[in-house]
Design a protein around this ligand. Structure first.
Ligand SMILES: [Zn+2]
Length: 255
């Protein structure tokens, strides 16, 4: 049995002092693969360094410009993104999307950046990992303009109807720490009802810790807690969750 962490930020400074131990703990807890998603151009080189196909766990790179870091992005970053995706192996264009939850979002600038990156993903024939807060319907609207694109809605938190619309577009839905909190009744109901072949699991490390590690740094070694929650909510075995979500990640990211 093994688990695939479909979305992390292992490049973040929170891991600078003990990244090797973090990876060792993940391997010990049967995490076979980790996807590291980009946020800003400045951090891409570290992701390239961390990518490793022969390591345990295997670390896979994804590059992109995150909507919560609009102040750090420059116009030339789009050209730089194309360049790094051509020169380095990547499993996705990520993390991209729309965040209208932050105070005073520049919606137009975010949409422009998002669409430019969807277009790059299409050109490069790569899947996308999408961040959407208070923006699910607008994300859907733009994804419909790229019918060949596939991807994951990371830390999905939309309605059942929105879930169905993303699935109809060929997207997977990613679930992490938030589903482990009993108060997340709507999200947990969704996890119990969705087809298993549409689901991915993730930690979003160092963020979104599960209920056992509330307030602490999250790390890929905690991914089994997410899988156990999915299994409990669906009344199936953890092995079945591990198998299905790993198969889904392997298909989407061509691992
Ligand atoms: Zn993230």
């Amino acid at each position: 049995m093994n688990f695939i962490d479909s979305h992390t930020h292992l490049d973040f400074a929170e891991f600078d002092h003990d990244r090797k131990e973090v990876l060792d703990r993940a391997a010990k807890n049967h995490v076979s693969d980790i996807v590291i998603s980009g946020t800003t151009a400045k951090r891409w080189p570290l992701i390239s360094q961390l990518a490793c196909e022969n390591c345990s766990p295997k670390c896979h790179a994804a590059y992109g410009l995150h909507p919560m870091f609009m102040n750090e992005h420059k116009d030339e970053d789009i050209a730089a993104l194309k360049k790094i995706l051509t020169s380095k192996k990547a499993v996705a264009v990520a993390e991209i999307g729309l965040d209208f939850f932050i105070p005073n979002p520049d919606r137009d600038a975010q949409i422009k950046l998002f669409v430019a990156q969807l277009d790059i993903a299409r050109q490069m024939n790569l899947p996308v990992i999408i961040h959407a807060r208070k923006s699910q319907d607008i994300v859907l609207k733009y994804l419909r303009r790229f019918p060949d694109l596939r991807g994951s809605m990371h830390s999905f938190s939309g309605s059942e109807q929105q879930a169905k619309q993303f699935i109809d577009l060929g997207f997977y839905l990613g679930f992490g720490g938030p589903i482990t909190y009993t108060r997340a009744t709507r999200l947990r109901k969704l996890v119990s009802n969705l087809p298993l072949d549409t689901m991915l699991i993730e930690t979003d490390s160092p963020d979104q810790s599960d209920s056992k590690h509330q307030g602490k740094r999250n790390e890929p070694a905690y991914l089994p807690n997410v899988a156990v929650t999915v299994a409990l909510l669906r009344d199936i075995s953890v092995e079945e969750v591990a198998q299905a979500t790993s198969d889904n990640a392997r298909i989407l990211f061509k691992l």
